[in-house]
Design a protein around this ligand. Structure first.
Ligand SMILES: C[S@@+](CC[C@H](N)C(=O)[O-])C[C@H]1O[C@@H](n2cnc3c(N)ncnc32)[C@H](O)[C@@H]1O
Length: 254
């Protein structure tokens, strides 16, 4: 019998559960966003500043105040806590396939409008048309079936609801046909690879220090994944082999 994970969701769960034990001291796990003239509510020098600015960028021009928001793949909840506190949604629900991520999120972040739970992006345990906004940050590349995920987001959004979706991808992987196939109207699609690369350049020493504190046998692999300058994830964005996009989408009313 093989011990290898049966699905990508199993692999993600195992990976992030292990990372939670080996590197517990941060609450965001994305590559970040940096704009030349950042008009940001996140202060320069704030902990995990660029990771928070990716969340801020993702929800640009989207009203969260008083709304019901679902974040799929919330990780350790740092972005959820930031959006729930800063933009005043009525209810902000974060779900993630890793129970360890949800344990950390629940322990770290407390607010009356914020809740976390374990859940799979491809089979969301929420009623049809139960949220106004869906947020998804740097996670869909890990899913088994991205189309199933888009269908699920469409289903749980109310008509007129917003989908704020950012992720990296291979350069020839254009997700826009699948988004349209699920029924979404594309309001905006931006290539933000240069913003992500600049964030990684500025954040690399912090990322390297996190990796250096991990068990020796894990360091090489995590340098590749975590976006440290000169290692695999960074080099792929730098060479154009991979790109990073942000999308604003809407479930049409009609
Ligand atoms: C790179 S992390 C990003 C986490 C968070 N959005 C952030 O920016 O800090 C990717 C996340 O996707 C989650 N994930 C992977 N596959 C998933 C699935 N099928 N359903 C739900 N979450 C999943 C992982 O557990 C992990 O927390």
């Amino acid at each position: 019998m093989s011990d290898s994970p049966a699905t990508r969701a199993d692999a993600a769960r195992a990976h992030y559960d292990q990372a939670a034990a080996s590197a517990p001291d941060f609450s965001l796990m994305n590559y970040g966003y940096c704009a030349p003239s950042d008009d940001s509510v996140v202060a320069d020098g704030a902990p995990e500043v660029y990771c928070l600015r990716l969340y801020e960028h993702a929800v640009r021009d989207t009203v969260l105040n008083g709304r019901d928001v679902l974040e799929i793949s919330c990780g350790r909840g740092g972005g959820a806590a930031f959006l729930a506190k800063t933009f005043g949604p009525r209810r902000y629900v974060g779900v993630d396939v890793s129970a360890e991520n949800i344990r950390i999120a629940t322990a770290l972040h407390h607010a009356g409008n914020l809740e976390f739970g374990v859940g799979n992006a491809e089979s969301l345990e929420f009623a049809d048309a139960s949220f106004d906004v869906a947020v998804n940050i740097e996670a869909s590349h890990l899913y088994d079936d991205r189309k199933a995920f888009f269908d699920e987001v469409f289903r749980v959004l109310r008509p007129g609801g917003r989908f704020c979706y950012v992720d990296g991808c291979w350069k020839d992987d254009d997700c826009t046909a699948d988004l349209a196939g699920a029924g979404f109207a594309l309001l905006e699609r931006r290539n933000i690879t240069a913003n992500v690369l600049e964030a990684l350049r500025r954040d690399s020493p912090r990322r390297e220090a996190i990796v250096d504190a991990m068990p020796a046998e894990m360091r090489e692999q995590y340098r590749d994944w975590s976006g440290v300058v000169g290692y695999r994830a960074f080099s792929r964005f730098e060479s154009g082999e991979t790109l990073y996009f942000s999308h604003l989408l809407e479930r049409p009313r009609g």
